[in-house]
Design a protein around this ligand. Structure first.
Ligand SMILES: [Zn+2]
Length: 301
């Protein structure tokens, strides 16, 4: 759970001159544990704000929640409650459980893997679903208006002028699951905005607010290419199945699409199947005859 702890001024002051943290989660998103030296540790407001030379804790940002977990030394242990990045310096917002830590201590960190792996699947699913939406709605320049990941489900907001129909939603889900079952490789790499723009042009959905300089390109083979700094799985098969949960109208021209993937999607499917089975038992008919019977019941009332 992220704590939403703001970083006190005294901490910001002490950390402002530190060099950027090496981001191990980009070198290997499957890395769960690592060792690193402490560059700075500041106690404030009952928390310890720890900066390491390198980390696989992903900070909150770009719609992806912060990693949590723990870091420990020979005689110390801290619970990491939240992870934030200030100008590329990654800050582990922690609670001291045992002992104390000092600059240059060598610590071992481990992220809460189940939660992170869920985010990796949901994040990759968002790329798969977004391109399925573009293809089903036949809009090449469709833009994200917002995006947020959760453990149970994720959502994306898109600039579409009318409600997405139930048939279109089914098409998006079917298309997305086809891509999952094809086990397409997912790759990411660092480049510059200028190079990415030169190679991929309009397909990246760049806007005036896209920062210049270094960016990360994420590619689902022959399906989706976009700029994204989150963590992703290596194959679309890991997102199986993808379930589109529904759509809502946010404001004029903005549709919100809710979806989920992997284990969380199975739980939604099991819930829906159980509902159908219960209805079948109530009406004493097989599930495949439910819609015909309910249609007649509605017509008769
Ligand atoms: Zn992403």
């Amino acid at each position: 759970m992220s704590t939403d702890v703001s970083i006190p001024y005294i901490v910001m002051n002490r950390l402002s001159d530190l060099r950027k943290t090496r981001q191990l989660f980009h070198e290997d998103p499957y890395m769960r544990s690592f060792e690193s030296k402490v560059l700075e540790a500041v106690e404030a407001n009952g928390n310890v704000f720890v900066v390491l030379e390198e980390t696989c804790f992903h900070p909150q940002g770009g719609g992806q929640p912060a990693d949590t977990g723990h870091i420990e030394g020979e005689n110390s242990k801290l619970e990491v409650l939240d992870t934030q990045s200030i100008g590329g310096v990654i800050i582990h917002i922690s609670r001291m459980k045992l002992g104390e830590i000092r600059v240059d201590d060598l610590l071992r960190g481990e992220i809460s893997w189940d939660t992170r792996y869920t985010y990796m699947k949901q994040h990759t699913a968002s790329h798969i679903v977004f391109s399925a939406v573009q293809r089903i709605l036949k809009i090449d320049d469709l833009q994200y208006m917002g995006f947020e990941l959760g453990k149970e489900k994720a959502r994306m907001d898109i600039n579409y002028g009318k409600p997405i129909s139930p048939e279109e939603l089914r098409g998006i889900e079917t298309f997305s699951n086809t891509i999952c079952l094809e086990s397409r490789p997912v790759k990411s790499w660092q480049t510059t905005r200028e190079e990415a723009e030169g190679t991929y042009g309009d397909r990246l959905g760049l806007t005036d607010v896209t920062p210049a300089g270094k960016v990360r390109v994420v590619e689902v083979q022959d399906w989706d290419t976009s700029l994204c700094s989150g963590t992703h799985v290596g194959s679309t098969s890991e997102c199986t199945p993808i379930r589109i949960l529904g759509r809502f109208r946010l404001q004029k021209g903005v549709e919100r699409l809710e979806f989920t993937s992997g284990k969380a999607a199975f739980q939604y499917i099991e819930r829906d199947l159980e509902t159908l089975n219960q209805l079948g038992r109530l009406l004493s008919i097989p599930v495949e005859k439910l819609s015909e019977r309910v249609k007649r019941l509605v017509e008769d009332t």
